[in-house]
Design a protein around this ligand. Structure first.
Ligand code: UDP
Length: 467
């Protein structure tokens, strides 16, 4: 069989770039030629992967700051999601890379384009060059299904207030939400740039060849089936992609943190991290600090402030002194995979970004769910109600800016619930089971391994309809 060449076009945002790189590594480990098209600011991790022996190609293209009117320090979507002025410019920049990308397709003639959902024009480029486009949303089947059923049936139209629950129809389980947990673009209430871009993305999904999903069949079988059979999408489960990553690859400052974990007992440390984008108000940080202290558990907390230059006035008096030996604060980028992989890890407090959620599944520990924005409230439902390996901290308010509203007592209570007691043990057993299934899924003969075999087969017999 001739070697297939796959182009990867990730979105410029950490939560999208990380799994896309892992996917490229996976494809190359299965004998495919891979090339990632990236802007200079995101090429470092790709070079590092190359240095550690992965055969992934890299082509850097310029990010069109000037033509889009974006200031030079803006390089990723993370930096503009809550900025109404910069967001449309960012989207403009994303559409301006269509020409250079098409030129590359023309010159290098790849067999397939795996592109991020935030690049809807790639569906047209693929058609133009007679190659299949695979969409990568970077989320769960569960959230893809919830979001699509909401789009089709608009169940939130039947409630009179923001706090009255509605049921998302048609799904394998009863999924109950309130409007405050749902994004404005899911509610379609505003016609802002984000909503318009999301609508374009949905339309372009339908024009694409299929969808690649960072999940594994055993985790959410009902939803993988629903997505394919009821919603009619062609989809391949390839995950967990983080298992293709090497936990030794440095993602953050590791040594100090892991040495500290080495000194702790098995299952005794709570790890709290809210991904790459989440921000909190100083008042919320104070509540978290008090809650972690009150929980009586050892912890590692990755602190992200609302503004990087903000002072540390949120810190309760003598906090660092009080938590000495019990708690560790990380202010930069944490080596998340290595922390999750450590035997001392006991539980994970997560914002339910899909990468983190799935990494938590692979870690096999119970989770405290604290969704903030994007599709995180949907992932929370999967973790707490379908998989039943986590408890919610109780946040009900979707907000893209600096988050607040959860009391320290709620934090302490949720943390204790996942660390001690009968329910914690029950969740721990279930979580350990999913960890085992995750590992098996990517091994030779496992479900994700086989799905990739099937995808490669499909791509090698693809006949474009316009050729
Ligand atoms: N991550 C990390 N260290 C940090 C914060 C995040 O390694 O301090 C990684 C994490 O392991 C995950 C990704 O960044 O792979 C975050 O993706 P996710 O979908 O969880 O959240 P997002 O950042 O997109 O909100």
């Amino acid at each position: 069989m001739r070697q297939l060449h796959v182009f990867f076009l990730p979105l410029m945002a950490h939560g999208h770039m990380i799994p896309a790189l892992d996917m490229a590594k996976l494809f190359s480990s299965r004998g495919l030629k891979t090339t990632i098209i990236s802007t200079p600011s995101f090429s470092d991790p790709i070079r590092k992967a190359q240095d550690s022996g992965f055969e992934v190609g890299l082509i850097t293209i310029r990010f069109p700051h000037q033509e889009s009117g974006l200031p030079h320090h803006i390089v990723s979507l993370d930096q503009v999601t809550s900025d109404a002025k910069l967001l449309p410019k960012f989207f403009k920049a994303l559409s301006l890379i269509q020409d250079p990308v098409e030129k590359l397709i023309q010159d290098l003639n790849p067999d397939c384009l795996v592109s991020d959902m935030f690049l809807p024009w790639t569906a047209d480029s693929a058609v133009k060059f007679g190659i299949p486009r695979l969409v990568f949303h970077g989320t769960s089947y569960f959230s893809l299904c919830v979001s699509e059923e909401m789009r089709r049936h608009k169940p939130f139209k039947n409630v009179d207030s923001d706090s009255e629950p509605f049921i998302v129809p048609n799904l394998p389980h009863q999924v109950k939400l309130v409007k405050t947990q749902v994004s404005d673009y899911n509610l379609q209430e505003k016609k802002d740039d984000f909503t318009m871009w999301i609508n374009q993305m949905k339309d372009s999904d339908a024009r694409s060849y299929g969808v690649v999903v960072n999940s594994f069949h055993e985790l959410e079988p009902d939803y993988a089936d629903h997505y394919r059979k009821v919603l009619g999408r062609k989809a391949w489960s390839l995950g967990p992609l983080s298992l293709c990553s090497n936990a030794d690859e440095v993602r953050g400052e590791r040594e100090q943190c892991l040495a500290w974990m080495d000194s702790k007992k098995a299952n005794s440390v709570v790890y709290m991290c809210f991904g790459s984008m989440a921000k909190f108000t100083p008042a919320q940080l104070t509540e978290i600090a008090n809650g972690l202290d009150e929980s009586g558990q050892d912890f590692i907390w990755v602190v992200r402030k609302g503004k990087e230059d903000e002072n540390e006035e949120w810190m309760p008096p003598r906090f660092e002194e009080r938590i000495q030996g019990r708690g560790m604060i990380i202010r930069g980028w944490a080596p998340q995979l290595a922390i999750l992989d450590h035997p001392a890890l006991g539980a994970f407090v997560t914002h339910c970004g899909w990468n983190s959620t799935l990494e938590g599944v692979c870690a096999g520990v119970p989770m405290v769910t604290w969704p903030l924005f994007a599709e995180q409230f949907f992932n929370e439902k999967l973790v707490t109600e379908v998989l039943r390996i986590g408890v919610s901290v109780g946040n009900k308010k979707w907000q893209r800016g600096a988050n607040e509203g959860v009391g320290g007592d709620a934090v302490a209570k949720a943390v204790r619930l996942v660390m001690v007691g009968e329910y914690a043990e029950e969740m721990r057993r279930r979580a350990a089971n999913y960890k085992r299934m995750a590992k098996e899924a990517v091994e030779e003969g496992g479900s994700s391994y086989n799905d990739l075999t099937a995808l490669i087969q499909d791509l090698s017999t693809y006949v474009p309809f316009n050729k």
